[in-house]
Design a protein around this ligand. Structure first.
Ligand code: BDR
Ligand code: CA
Length: 320
C-alpha cells in the first residue's frame, strides 16, 4: 500500500480524484492539502471536506494552504466547476473543521512522521509544494516522488500555450520542477484521454453508494461542459485529475519519456507553458548555458485499464 498526500483545488475532477484515492486499496491517503485554484481557498477546503464525508473518509486530515499564487492574483474557474467549485450539487457542508495548521505544516509533519517516503499527488497549482520546497528542504528526502497533474507537451487549456495548474502559478511549478524531486508530469495529453463512458457515468449516478453516486453526478456535470465546449465528439467523459491518481496506483498503461521541462515565465502568450524537450537528435541533451531540470513526462496512455481501475474502485466490481 502506497502512502500518499493529495494537494488539491477541489474542483469537480479533484473530487473524482479524491473519491478514487480514498476508495482504492493500493493507496493510503495520509493527508489532503488545499490550495486556491479552481475555486477560492475557503471553498476548496469546504468542498474537500464535503467529498470526504460523502466517501465515508471523514477522518483524513485536511489543511488550508496558499490562497493565491506566489506572484499574481488568483483566477478561478467557475465556468467549468460551478459557482461552488463542485458543480453546484448542493452537497451538505461537513461538520468537521480543517486542521488548525497551514497546509505546508501538515505536509512537513506528515513527511517527517512517516516511516516510509510519501508520494505527493499534486492536482492543483503548485504553490503549496513550492512553499514546502523553500521552507522545509530537510523533509524533501521523505518524498518518494511528485505525481503532478500539470503542464502539457502540446496545446494548453487555460491559454493556447499553458495548462491551468502551471499557468495559475508558473513560478511555483518552476520551483518544484527545479527542486531535484522526482516529478512525473501527467499533463493535458493523458488528462483528456483517460475517460469513462456516458453509460458508466449513469451507472455510477444510480449507485446506492454515496461516493459512487457523487462521482456519477460530477461526471454528469462534466458531460454537460463537454457538450458546450464540443471537446469530446464521442460518448466519453474525461476523469481529469483522477487519471493522475490512476498513474500513482499503476504506471503500466503510461508511455513516458525522461525529458527536460522548462516553465515559460516571461509575460505574454507563452507564460505558464511547459516547454518539454522531446528532441531525439544528437545535441538535444546539450544545454550548455541553461540548466533545464528533467522530469518523467507522460507522452501517451492506454486509457482502458484506467477506466476499469476507476470504476472498480468506485463500484467495487469489474465494470461491464
Ligand atoms: C487542471 O485544472 C483544473 O481545472 C483541473 O482540476 C485540473 O487539475 C487541468 O488543467
Ligand atoms: Ca485540480
Amino acid at each position: 500500500v502506497r502512502p500518499v498526500i493529495l494537494d488539491v483545488d477541489t474542483g469537480v475532477d479533484d473530487a473524482l480524484a479524491i473519491l478514487l484515492a480514498v476508495r482504492h486499496p493500493a493507496l493510503d491517503v495520509r493527508a489532503i492539502t488545499c490550495t486556491g485554484g479552481n475555486a477560492p481557498l475557503a471553498q476548496v477546503v469546504t468542498n474537500t471536506l464535503r467529498v470526504l464525508d460523502a466517501a465515508g473518509a471523514g477522518s483524513i486530515p485536511v489543511a488550508a494552504g496558499a490562497h493565491r499564487p506566489l506572484l499574481e492574483a488568483p483566477q478561478h474557474a467557475a465556468a467549468i466547476h460551478g459557482a461552488d467549485g463542485l458543480a453546484d450539487l448542493g452537497l451538505p457542508d461537513s461538520a468537521r473543521a480543517p486542521e488548525p495548521v497551514h497546509a505546508v505544516e501538515l505536509l512537513r509533519r506528515s513527511l517527517a512522521e512517516s516511516e516510509t517516503p510519501l508520494t505527493i499527488i499534486s492536482l492543483a497549482p503548485l504553490t503549496n509544494i513550492a512553499l514546502l520546497v523553500r521552507m522545509h528542504p530537510e523533509v524533501l528526502p521523505r518524498i518518494e516522488r511528485v505525481v503532478m497533474m500539470g503542464g502539457a507537451v502540446g496545446t494548453g487549456n487555460a491559454t493556447a500555450a499553458a495548462e491551468f495548474n502551471v499557468w495559475h502559478d508558473p513560478e511555483a511549478a518552476a520551483i518544484v520542477l527545479g527542486s531535484g524531486l522526482e516529478v512525473l508530469m501527467y499533463g493535458l495529453e493523458p488528462f483528456y484521454r483517460v475517460a469513462v463512458s456516458h453509460d458508466d457515468a449513469a451507472v455510477l449516478a444510480a449507485s446506492t453508494d454515496a461516493g459512487a453516486r457523487l462521482a456519477g453526478a460530477l461526471l454528469t456535470h462534466l458531460i454537460g461542459i463537454d457538450a458546450t465546449e464540443e471537446r469530446v465528439a464521442d460518448d466519453r467523459v474525461a476523469i481529469g485529475d483522477a487519471g493522475a491518481v490512476c498513474a500513482a496506483i499503476d504506471p503500466s498503461p503510461l508511455v513516458t519519456r525522461r525529458a527536460p521541462v522548462e516553465v515559460a515565465l516571461a509575460p505574454g502568450a507563452t507564460r505558464g507553458q511547459t516547454v518539454v524537450d522531446l528532441r531525439t537528435m544528437v545535441g538535444a541533451d546539450i544545454s550548455p548555458t541553461r540548466d533545464v531540470p528533467l522530469a518523467t513526462v507522460v507522452t501517451d496512455v492506454d486509457p482502458a485499464p484506467y477506466r476499469a481501475l476507476f470504476l472498480d474502485a468506485l463500484l467495487g466490481a469489474e465494470p461491464a
